[in-house]
Design a protein around this ligand. Structure first.
Ligand SMILES: *Cc1c(COP(=O)(O)O)cnc(C)c1O
Length: 501
């Protein structure tokens, strides 16, 4: 019979590749073997092997996925070790100080492992049940930390970029509805929207502009505001810019304050900005993708004054709560604002069957199928506790300050700012060289040389058209000596460049 022959084509091994009762022992075997490989990745003594892009590209036999050769678990793990684990970036390594990638906590990994295996999707109650309750509890926890009222609500997102998108969209659609009776969600674009303007500091994240463009409003809808010497938005400049746009016939609709700018970790004066937003009766969003988790510290709590008045907040747990990517949230002051995003699909969440007992989180999300990212945070809070996380964040802040004090009087370094969070932006200056163009070249040379050799990963950025180096410190187990050894490498590489050019 046809049916039987077709079934015969599938072997027992293939059937065992599904996660179900039948494959229980295979699941345990695979997981244990994979764990062994991953934990040997921890033995790496460099943050990166230094393998060149062309050597990695040349591993075509390993990369090619459609070769139709069937691998066993041991063979597949061996291949992925050679292709990836041996050459990938170790964020837990003390010489990785480049971007906002944190070392991750074991409880969070366990949460992620469980969530991936069970494969819960959190968009509807009937796919998630108590997973929905856990996500809602994480949202309740963080909104209360931020001091938002009981009307507030939120949802997990893929990251700060998506959270900022939701904020701009809500701010825009709310303004259009409140002042012009427009329903942009249902009826689409209206010419007046072309005059809407967002205000944020010139040091704010690029996703503000990018999102304005994605919303059809263009980069020009975002007005950058000057910052002071501590890289914080100047309130006077904000008011002047708002007045100027009004005179031009444009319509201010929202101010975005940053709680921890990506480069400098600076906090805009949230309390003052909140008052300005109130005076103009416009939306107040706080982008706390980087700094938001510092609400758990004693050292930085005061910088959050005014955030309790925000209309919306972005926070990334995958940056400063030691969570694996993704783990992030968008919070809003009033759960009713989710009406600008919600859609009722007959097959998923029909409006006529709406039931408070069994909420469908899809009504708050711009995603449909969505991972159960809240679980890893739940494990972290249960096992590591918020107090300990706060102390980790304080530790990396003290490290940044220590480093600042250690190099600020060194003639070979020029520092851009005193750290407010856990980044330090500075540049190497060769003795006897004055030209900035040469310094730009040397600093980029230092960054690239240390990366390529696998010695250290540092970031670079620009300030007033000059190239700077950046340390982003997120590893509370690093010591000042670890950092000073990177500083020594920077000096040595800079000096070598100078003497050979
Ligand atoms: C990183 C960052 C973002 C973007 O967040 P993703 O999670 O990378 O999408 C937004 N705002 C600020 C201030 C950031 O530092």
């Amino acid at each position: 019979m046809l049916l039987e022959t077709q079934t015969d084509l599938i072997s027992n091994v293939d059937i065992d590749h599904f996660f179900d009762a039948h494959s229980k022992y295979t699941y345990e075997e695979y997981a244990q073997k994979a764990i062994q490989y991953v934990s040997s990745f921890l033995n790496t003594n460099k943050f990166f092997s230094g393998e060149s892009p062309s050597n990695l590209r040349s591993k075509v036999d390993l990369i090619k996925a459609d070769a139709n050769i069937k691998l066993s678990i041991d063979e597949a793990l061996l291949e992925i070790k050679e292709l990836y684990l041996d050459h990938t970036i170790a964020f837990h390594h003390p010489n990785y100080v480049a971007h906002l990638n944190c070392p991750v906590l074991l409880p969070a990994l366990i949460g992620d492992f469980i969530a991936s295996s069970v494969n819960t999707a959190v968009e509807t109650w009937d796919q998630s049940t108590s997973a929905t309750l856990i996500e809602q509890e994480m949202i309740r926890w963080i909104t209360s930390k931020m001091g938002l009222p009981s009307s507030s609500d939120g949802v997990f997102t893929s990251g700060g970029t998506q959270s900022n998108f939701m904020a701009l969209l809500m701010a825009r659609d709310h303004y259009a509805f409140k002042h012009y009776g427009l329903n942009l969600k249902e009826n689409g674009w209206s010419d007046v929207v072309g005059k809407f303007r967002f205000f944020c500091s010139e040091k704010s994240h690029f996703s503000i502009k990018k999102n304005a463009a994605l919303m059809g409003m263009g980069y020009d809808a975002v007005i950058p505001i000057a910052t002071d010497e501590r890289m914080k938005m100047k309130p006077n400049a904000l008011v002047q810019a708002i007045e100027k746009e009004k005179q031009l016939g444009n319509i201010p609709i929202a101010i975005i304050g940053t709680a921890g700018t990506t480069d400098f970790g600076s906090f805009d004066p949230l309390s003052t900005i909140s008052k300005i937003a109130k005076e103009y009766d416009i939306w107040f969003h706080v982008d706390g993708a980087y700094g938001g988790c510092y609400v758990l510290t004693d050292t930085h709590k005061h910088l959050f004054n005014g955030i309790e008045l925000a209309d919306s907040i972005t926070i990334d747990f995958h940056k400063t709560m030691f969570q694996p990517v993704c783990s992030s949230a968008f919070l809003t002051r009033d759960t009713k604002h989710f009406k600008y995003i919600s859609y009722y699909a007959d097959y998923l969440n029909p409006l006529e069957h709406r039931d408070e007992e069994c909420p469908n989180l899809i009504e708050k999300s711009i995603q449909t199928t969505r991972r159960f990212d809240a679980l890893k945070l739940w494990f972290t809070l249960k096992m590591t506790t918020e107090k300990t996380i706060g102390s980790f964040l304080e530790k990396v802040h003290w490290l940044a300050l220590d480093l600042y004090h250690s190099i600020k009087d060194d003639d070979n370094f020029e520092i851009a700012h005193k750290p407010e969070l856990s980044t330090l932006v500075f540049r190497y200056k060769a003795n006897g060289v004055e030209e900035d163009t040469i310094h730009n070249t040397i600093n980029l040379y230092i960054k690239n040389t240390l990366f390529k050799s696998g010695q250290a990963s540092i970031a670079s950025t620009k300030l007033n058209d000059k190239t700077y180096l950046k340390f982003t410190l997120l590893n509370p187990k690093s010591t000042i000596n670890d950092l000073l050894s990177i500083i020594a490498m920077i000096k040595e590489t800079g000096n070598n460049y100078k003497s050979s050019n």
